[in-house]
Each structure stands twice: as C-alpha cells, then as structure tokens.
Design a protein around this ligand. Sequence first.
Ligand SMILES: [Zn+2]
Ligand SMILES: [Zn+2]
Length: 327
Amino acid sequence: MYAMVLERCGEKLKMLERPDPAPADGEVRVKVAACGVCRTDLHVVDGELSDPKLPIVPGHEIVGRIDALGRGVGTLKIGMRVGIPWLGKTCGHCPYCLSGRENLCDHPLFTGYTRDGGYATHVVADARYVFPLPESGNDVADAPLLCAGLIGWRSLQMAGAGRRIGFYGFGAAAHIIAQVARWQGREIYAFTRGGDAAAQAFAKKLGAVWAGGSDETPPEQLDCAIIYAPVGPLVPAALRAVKKGGRVICAGIHMSDIPSFPYSILWEEREVKSVANLTRKDGEEFFAVVPQAGIVTQTLPYPLGQANEALSDLRSGKLQGAAVLVP
Ligand SMILES: [Zn+2]
Ligand SMILES: [Zn+2]
C-alpha cells in the first residue's frame, strides 16, 4: 500500500510504501476510493491538537470498498461500499459511552489522528464504526459527507430549531449543511471573510438569503449561528448577531483564542456551546437525511500524492466546497 504520512507535526506529508495492513479480529480493510480533506487534518499537521499518533496517516472522510475481513465483523462483506468517519473506536464502558454520548468517550480512537486514516490506498477500521453506503453513490462526492456532513449535522441539531440560522465560515461543512437547513425550511445567513465576493456568491447559489462579511450586521436578528471557521473573534461576533435566547455553536475541534467580551452580549439567555466528534447515531440519522435533502456536494479532486497541495489550498481559504484525495 501507499500512504501520505506525517512523521512530525509542522512537516510536509511524505508518500511512503508500506506492507498491506492485515485486519485483526473485529476489523475490516478498505481499499480507499476517495478521502476528503478536513480542516481537522490541518490542525493535526500543524500540531494544534495534543498527542497525535506519530507517524500518522491523516484523513477521516473515507469512502471505499472492503477488500479484507477479520473475524467477527457482523454483516460486513468483501466488496461492500462503506464510509469511515472520524470516530474510530470507543470503549463502550465509560460513563459517556454508557449514557449515549460515545462522542465524549474517555478512551476513544480517532481516524487520522490516533489511528491511521485515509490518505492512503488502504486503511484498516474497526467494523463497528464503519457506515455501509449505497452501492450506487459517487465516491468523490460522498467523501465530504463523512465529516463535514456528519459533524455539520450534529452542530445543526445542537443549534436547535430556530428559523434564521447563521453560518460563520462557508467551506466544506457549511456548503453541505446549508442544503439541509434549506430543506428544513430555514433562512440562511452566510458570513465569510470580509470582501470574499466569491464565497458570498457561492453561499447565495446554495440558497442563502443574505451573505456578507463576518464583521457585518445581518439584516435580521438570528435565532442561532454555527461557527465553522477556527477563529475565536467570531464568537462575540455571532453573539451580537443572535437574538434573545439565541444559541451559538462552535463546530470545530480547534479555535484561536476567544477575545474577552461584555457580559451584555451573552445575557438574555444566549448560549455558547461546542460540538465534539460524532456518535454512530448521528451517522445513521444523517445518512437517512442525505437523499431526502438532495444534497449535492461541490468537490475539488486531487491525486493522493498532492495531499500537501490540497492542505495548503484549504489553509489559504481559496477552496469553494471540499478538497478530496483520490488514490
Ligand atoms: Zn467510552
Ligand atoms: Zn473532519
């Protein structure tokens, strides 16, 4: 197999040839057809997350077909089309697992962070955390659903049912979740970097009723807002944009420091909440919604060997939609 490997944080990934991994009991090996590039991968590469497994193969938006099985993998079979998400394994017995919050498990493994991920021709996964996908789907188009879609879905659920919803940062996650929000009958307000006319036009094309810079005041007070950009000053900005009782959801795994702000913008029962990881239930719910909402992803494919270029294009903010690596 070939993999793009991060040996030390802050360095470029290197293409390495490795022996084909053998799945242990309870695991499957998947031949990767496509792997999305998520902002979390940038945080791993840049060393912004604590204790990654090193060397590590990043990538947790994996679509492919099973090509080898360990024993005890339930109904999974050779040749099945599957998706592998960020949640790689949970312990099953900590207080969080036992209370339906496996996303907060005390002893988890995360794909592309603490176990090898999908920037590779092959990857091994725990069979219990693999999502069967429809046979007929498009691999590149479906890859971003595995994290941008899934954790985006969890953040949308957490934002509550408010009709006027703001998205701060209009990249891979927002372009998917805006389609879900629109299908739900909500009004979408898109906030981009100041003066980013292309991103604002993209948001309007996807149904936003308003698009502007993150320092602008929207024409209506919002019921809720989701922050997808890893930018701390967006928290007070979003609090100023939501109405009484409004909720601000921070959807990323890492964010720059949040500046201090006056209590008055939090008062009147406004809330700030973060989203961490996903549960398998989130996945089941979201993959049921995908065909109903008619989600169409916008992707930019790169050959696997150009993972470094894909990451730097994501970092520069010039991507519209989602970068996807194709082995
Ligand atoms: Zn646990
Ligand atoms: Zn991700």
